[in-house]
Design a protein around this ligand. Structure first.
Ligand SMILES: *[C@@H]1O[C@H](CO)[C@@H](O)[C@H](O)[C@H]1NC(C)=O
Ligand SMILES: *[C@@H]1O[C@H](CO)[C@@H](O)[C@H](O)[C@H]1NC(C)=O
Length: 517
């Protein structure tokens, strides 16, 4: 309700402004009938509005700052706004006046929110939601932030998250000490999921044009699923992790979370690339297609694709989500795809059990090593090691009235001693599970992608560094959103984008949030 009235008043304001401008400039301004609505506008629509002088970056940033002021006290998707955002918007507006439209890059003047574990070398803090890192000084922008800025984007602020990407203790999804409990904008009492909760919440509620999240195991796909947005979890190494507070280099990846597949693809195009500070990009950058990913936004992208369904345990018999999923499978077939049903993924019980697969053992050891390296690399920081962070949490939770969610994962990680034989064995088991699991399934059935309801397939994708895309697929009887997940082998983003875009164009499920209690 509140949302509609605000968009109304903004569009009213905009139309008054346009009329005023039109009068002042005595007809030199082209007005195409009615005012431009920022709510739910796509990147392409925003760029067109810029080009047609119906919108400035300043107006856009002012709109989002207003929505953050209005909605964020409840939603808590934003942890900090960039004090320089309006200044950057003015700069973008000046550039647009001075330069030929064709010379402006894909995200020119577009405000983007980045998850708070992604370093920005500006007036903002980079803290993974924790007070332990408040006041720390990063050596440079994260590589993906540098890429966003090069593409013309305005860094609007930092998105909240499940503290320490949900690898600390028992805290609920979407909670961090610095901004409290993030809320699902569709049903406030529902799970927003995490750990990229703030990115999903904020873009779903139109507090930003586009956002970045990160995923180690489900952290983009799950909140996208629950907040009715599109999340692309890229192949590990396609996007650099330099300047991202790490969990494990084996699985961490940075990806877009947006309202549409096309928006997510524009952001993906901006952030992929080789970075000498992240070895994994050397291997994965060979996957980046000449001309980028935009060319795969084909309305009939499902045509002649082969999709596999692994029912056990991802399709729950008789559930609300499953009913809608079956309907979507019909649509996918009608769109010209071939669906191979009832496929089996080898050792699925082990894959889903992080103790049995070795995922947890590997994560704990890699987390300690990589977090310590990140903290040592900071220019200044109140904490310099995982041990310091544990000490901080012990003192802090006694001093403050915040809930004590424990830090058993931190303590377990601290107890590890590098990459020993147990970790090597775990990593080799994970590789074997992927080889005999998804790799074999895809090859034997000649699949382009596996399609599953919800986000739970994320773990299969996580342990192999595989990509996945979550697209809005429906709302349950309480109004809580759910998605559909397309996953595939490393480097198959082009096919996944064709499939996801084809599905989105055929279904158009996403609607703005309703803020039910
Ligand atoms: C960053 O943290 C400092 C406290 O160390 C705070 O004063 C400052 O306002 C924060 N920056 C922003 C943009 O919120
Ligand atoms: C997960 O695996 C561990 C170790 O193999 C086992 O002890 C545990 O029972 C398993 N958990 C479930 C839920 O199957």
């Amino acid at each position: 309700m509140a949302t509609n009235s605000s968009s109304l008043s903004v569009s009213l304001l905009l139309s008054l402004l346009l009329i005023l401008l039109a009068i002042l400039s005595s007809g030199s301004l082209t007005i195409s009938g009615h005012a431009f609505s920022i709510q739910e506008a796509t990147v392409a629509e925003l760029q067109l509005a810029f080009k047609q002088n119906r919108l400035t970056s300043r107006q856009l940033v002012e709109f989002y700052l207003g929505e953050i002021r209005r909605l964020n006290p409840v939603l808590r998707g934003v942890i900090e706004v960039n004090p320089d955002a309006l200044h950057l918007a003015d700069k973008a507006d000046q550039e647009r006046k001075a330069k030929a439209p064709s010379s402006l890059l894909g995200l020119h003047g577009i405000p983007v929110l980045v998850k708070d574990n992604i370093a920005t070398k500006d007036k903002m803090n980079t803290t993974a939601g924790s007070f332990a890192l408040l006041g720390s000084i990063v050596p440079r922008n994260a590589f993906v932030v540098t890429k966003l800025i090069k593409a013309g984007a305005i860094i609007l602020g930092k998105a909240s998250l499940s503290e320490w990407v949900n690898f600390r203790g028992d805290a609920p999804s979407g909670w961090c000490a610095r901004s409290g409990q993030g809320k699902n904008p569709y049903v406030l009492s529902a799970d927003p999921c995490g750990s990229s909760s703030g990115s999903a919440i904020s873009v779903a509620a139109n507090m930003a044009a586009v956002t970045l999240g990160t995923e180690t195991d489900g952290s983009i796909l799950c909140p996208s699923n629950y907040n009715s947005v599109v999340g692309i979890k890229p192949t590990v190494g396609l996007t650099s992790r330099d300047g991202v507070i790490p969990l494990t280099p084996k699985q961490d990846t940075v990806g877009p979370m947006c309202r549409t597949v096309a928006d997510a693809v524009y952001v993906l195009d901006a952030i992929v690339g080789f970075d000498r500070n992240d070895k994994a990009t050397g291997e994965a950058s060979k996957y980046i297609p000449h001309g980028g990913y935009k060319q795969f936004l084909k309305p009939y992208g499902l045509k002649r694709k082969r999709l596999g369904i692994v029912r056990n345990p991802f399709v729950v018999k008789g559930s609300e989500v499953t009913k809608v999923f079956e309907h979507h499978i019909q649509t996918i077939r009608q769109q010209g795809a071939v669906v191979a049903d009832n496929l089996k993924l080898a050792n699925i019980d082990d894959i889903l059990n992080s103790s049995a697969s070795g995922e947890l053992v590997a994560m704990l050891a890699e987390f300690k090593l990589s977090l310590n390296a990140y903290l040592k690399g900071l220019v200044a920081s109140p904490v310099r090691s995982l041990a310091d962070v544990i000490d901080f949490n012990n003192k802090f939770s006694k001093l403050e009235k915040t809930k004590e969610y424990g830090q058993f994962l931190f303590e377990a990680a601290q107890a590890t001693e590098g990459i020993g034989s147990d970790v090597k064995e775990a990593l080799s088991n994970l590789a074997k599970l992927s080889r005999n699991g998804l790799e074999k399934l895809m090859r034997e059935n000649k699949l382009d992608a596996v399609v599953t309801p919800g986000y739970e397939f994320a773990v299969v994708l996580a342990i192999g560094g595989y990509p996945g895309i979550s697209v809005p697929a429906g709302y349950d009887s309480k109004g809580v959103p759910f998605g559909i997940c397309f996953g595939g082998l490393r480097g198959t983003e082009p096919k996944l984008i064709e499939i996801a875009y084809g599905f989105e164009q055929a279904t158009k499920i996403r609607k703005p949030p309703s803020f039910k209690p």
